[in-house]
Structure formats: structure tokens, C-alpha cells
Design a binder for this molecule. Structure first.
Ligand SMILES: NC(=O)c1ccc[n+]([C@@H]2O[C@H](COP(=O)([O-])OP(=O)(O)OC[C@H]3O[C@@H](n4cnc5c(N)ncnc54)[C@H](OP(=O)(O)O)[C@@H]3O)[C@@H](O)[C@H]2O)c1
Length: 269
């Protein structure tokens, strides 16, 4: 992207990050954190007005270049649309942040027919395709980074949010595997596993937030620090790290029993 001549420092970093789900929560906080470090940005989500407001704010505060791309990533071929748009605008994406995601709540058998299709397309298909397309470009240039946002829920079965936890298990497995395939290419894949975070996520999924939810800005700060070190697994907070250690030790059906006891009371209807 064209460097902004109003940049605050003469050594302005003109690397560009594409952040999905940048219109609120963790994605908006990641965009803010990256902009504060001089990254140019492409912000993707559905809500154009929110993206415009955030972009304007970041340009003003950090003198970086910010483009917006309103796009529903739950639509088939959304990843190809994003990739084509990036090519048409001659933008080089140095960091892809696959953050956009949505949750599920309630018993599986209570869900409507096809209710999970858009969740799976958003959380799995688009993330996979965006990773494939942009990783290919990055390998061609011999450098680049991908940050995939999973969850501590990737490590447990999630009764009453079963499809969402399962989708995050996919993101976990896929990201580690892709990172291994890319070793030696100059491209790395990092996995961010936040625990409960205070965003719009829970209310959108039809459930209450845990009272222990971490601020999104804190998650973003830890994530961007980890990216700077090319850390492969980024888990914000000691409590969340302990949850993951425990999840690797305990049998799956014990974990399912414990998660059910946490998730069921959070259901709003
Ligand atoms: N909050 C938590 O407790 C928590 C914990 C662990 C992991 N995570 C993960 O963190 C990521 C961010 O979630 P958040 O907590 O920041 O929730 P959030 O505030 O609801 O943000 C979700 C973002 O994803 C975008 N999005 C949702 N559906 C989309 C679609 N169909 N197409 C394009 N963009 C879409 C939303 O924007 P638009 O509505 O404008 O499209 C929004 O920018 C998700 O992957 C989530 O699974 C969250």
C-alpha cells in the first residue's frame, strides 16, 4: 500500500495486515494494536459503517493506510472474493489474521435444519481458503505470517455450543498442520487461543458472558507481542494456559461433563 506521508516516524513500517472480523471485539482490538505499531491494514467484516468508523479512527490516530472490504465470509466463495479484491488493488498482504467467527448455543437437536451451515462456512471453510490462498502468495515471496483465531474451547468438547467448539478444534488442528507444511518457506502460522473475552460474541451466540471474561485489548496486545516473536501458540492469560494443560490431561468425557456444567447455565433461552 502507498506509505502515508503524514506518518509519525521516518522509519514507518509499511507492512500490511488483513484482519477479518475487524468491525468489533478482538478483531477491532487487533487492528488497533497493529496500527499502533505502524501496520497498514485491510479490514474485513459485514458491517460497512462500523468498518468505516474504525478505519477513520485508525488513520487519524496512527497515520497508517486503512482499506475496508465489507464482505460476508459465511457465503460460499467469500475467500476467493477477498483474495481477488486484494489482487485487483495490488496490495501485498504480509499478515493474514483469520479472526472472524461466530458461536452457537443450545442443544444440537434443537437447531433448525441447516442452521450450522453458515457457522461452518465462516469458522472453517473461509478460514481454510483464505489461509490457502494467502499462504500460497506468501510462499512465493518467501515471507509472511498467518494468525488463526481459535479458542481454549478448541481443546475440549463443548456441550450446548458443540458445533462451535468442534469448529475451533478444526482451526487448531489445521493451523498446526499448515504451519508444519510451511516450515522453511519463510511463512509461519500462529494460533491464538483466547478464553472468555468481553466482546459481542456471547450475546450474538445467544448466551451470557462469563464474569471472568478478559478485555479484548488485552487479548490483542498479547497476540501482537506473540506475532512479533513468531510464537506458534499464543494463549492470553495464565488461567487459560492452565485450562489447556488440564484439557490435555483429562479424559474427553470428563471435559464434556465439566463444559456442560459451565455452558448450560449461560444459555439465554
Ligand atoms: N469472545 C470470546 O469469548 C472468544 C473466546 C475465544 C475465541 N473467540 C474468537 O475470537 C474471534 C472474534 O470474536 P469476538 O469475541 O471478537 O466476537 P465479536 O465481537 O462478535 O466479533 C466477531 C467479528 O466477526 C465478524 N463476523 C461475524 N460473522 C461474519 C461473517 N459472516 N462475515 C464476516 N465477518 C463476520 C463480525 O463483524 P460483522 O458482524 O460486521 O460481520 C465481527 O467483526 C472469533 O473467531 C471467536 O470465535 C472469542
Amino acid at each position: 500500500m502507498t506509505p502515508d506521508t503524514t506518518a509519525a516516524t521516518t522509519q514507518k513500517d509499511t507492512r500490511t495486515a488483513l484482519v477479518t472480523g475487524a468491525s468489533s471485539g478482538i478483531g477491532a482490538a487487533l487492528a488497533r494494536q497493529l496500527a499502533s505499531q505502524g501496520w497498514d491494514l485491510v479490514l474485513v467484516a459485514r458491517n460497512r459503517e462500523r468498518l468505516e468508523r474504525i478505519a477513520e479512527d485508525l488513520r487519524r490516530q496512527h497515520a497508517v493506510s486503512v482499506e475496508i472490504l465489507p464482505q460476508d465470509l459465511a457465503l460460499p466463495n467469500a475467500a476467493q472474493v477477498v483474495h481477488t479484491w486484494i489482487r485487483q488493488h495490488a496490495i501485498t498482504v504480509d499478515l493474514l489474521v483469520n479472526n472472524a467467527g461466530a458461536g452457537s448455543s443450545g442443544p444440537v437437536i434443537a437447531a433448525a435444519e441447516h442452521a450450522y451451515e453458515s457457522l461452518i462456512t465462516l469458522n472453517i471453510t473461509s478460514l481454510t481458503e483464505l489461509s490457502r490462498l494467502f499462504a500460497g502468495d506468501m510462499v512465493g515471496r518467501g515471507r509472511g505470517q498467518i494468525l488463526n483465531v481459535a479458542s481454549t474451547g478448541a481443546y475440549q468438547p463443548g456441550p450446548y455450543t458443540a458445533v462451535y467448539y468442534a469448529a475451533k478444534s478444526y482451526v487448531h488442528s489445521f493451523s498446526l498442520a499448515l504451519d508444519m507444511e510451511l516450515r522453511g518457506t519463510g511463512v509461519s502460522v500462529s494460533l491464538l487461543c483466547p478464553g472468555a473475552t468481553a466482546t459481542e460474541f456471547s450475546s450474538r451466540a445467544g448466551k451470557a458472558d462469563l464474569t471472568t471474561a478478559m478485555p479484548a485489548a488485552q487479548v490483542a496486545r498479547v497476540a501482537v507481542q506473540g506475532l512479533g516473536r513468531r510464537q506458534r501458540l499464543i494463549i492470553p492469560g495464565l488461567g487459560n494456559r492452565l485450562v489447556i494443560v488440564l484439557s490435555k490431561i483429562l479424559p474427553g468425557h470428563w471435559l464434556a461433563w465439566m463444559v456442560a456444567r459451565i455452558q448450560k447455565p449461560l444459555l439465554l433461552k
